[in-house]
Design a protein around this ligand. Sequence first.
Ligand SMILES: CC(=O)SCCNC(=O)CCNC(=O)[C@H](O)C(C)(C)COP(=O)(O)OP(=O)(O)OC[C@H]1O[C@@H](n2cnc3c(N)ncnc32)[C@H](O)[C@@H]1OP(=O)(O)O
Length: 210
Amino acid sequence: MKKLAIIGSGDLGQQIAYQATTDNQFNVVGFFDDFTEKDSVVSGKKILGKLSEVQNAFSNKIFDEIIIGIGYKHLDFREKIFNTLNKKIPFATFIHSSCFVDASCKIGNGVCVFPGSVLDQKVIIKDNVFINVGSIIAHDSKIENHTFISPSVAIAGFVSIGKRCNIGINSTLIDNISIVDDVQIGGGTVVVKSIEKSGLYVGNPSRFIR
Ligand SMILES: CC(=O)SCCNC(=O)CCNC(=O)[C@H](O)C(C)(C)COP(=O)(O)OP(=O)(O)OC[C@H]1O[C@@H](n2cnc3c(N)ncnc32)[C@H](O)[C@@H]1OP(=O)(O)O
């Protein structure tokens, strides 16, 4: 079983550690975290060091693959870490075994898909995307790098979502629309037309608030 290290020992990092361990996909060896003391223990897993120590630890075979446990509040940082380590350190792709992922899907590096999500035919998920529990991505839809999908999001067919977007819980995106980079969608929002300007959108139908 591959040894997995997680960047960030906060709530999301701990959830990834739990899911990857209980689903028997990885041996989670610990976290890298700039804000928690080295060798301390978080949710039963060791803090392996700061982010500056990742490459050295990989050279010393402390872990085989890495994944980022930094969530929707820090998508710029999530992107920065990914771009710094990409091609130097192998990124894991973790898809919980309870998910349905059609064989025609293309899934990038560093992608994490939590339990009960469905990725239908020809879905494309680019690098470093996080998909939380129970989300549905219908056929031919595409999610660009570093985007965060909250629980129970429903994305219809032929939808395109940009980079560093944060799609709120239980939101709905109808078919054949596009969303540009850096869009935040509030919980329960219904998006019925393309979003061409970055910013925060809420409501049914969705409206720009800032
Ligand atoms: C496993 C996990 O937990 S993953 C995380 C899942 N969490 C989410 O998806 C959270 C999504 N967050 C939200 O929906 C938040 O309400 C946000 C980000 C959209 C806005 O938060 P804030 O910046 O605090 O905005 P604020 O609460 O001041 O609201 C601004 C206005 O938008 C309205 N509004 C805020 N959120 C929503 C919403 N989801 N739907 C409809 N209207 C909303 C408010 O009523 C308010 O309207 P008003 O100006 O007429 O009074």
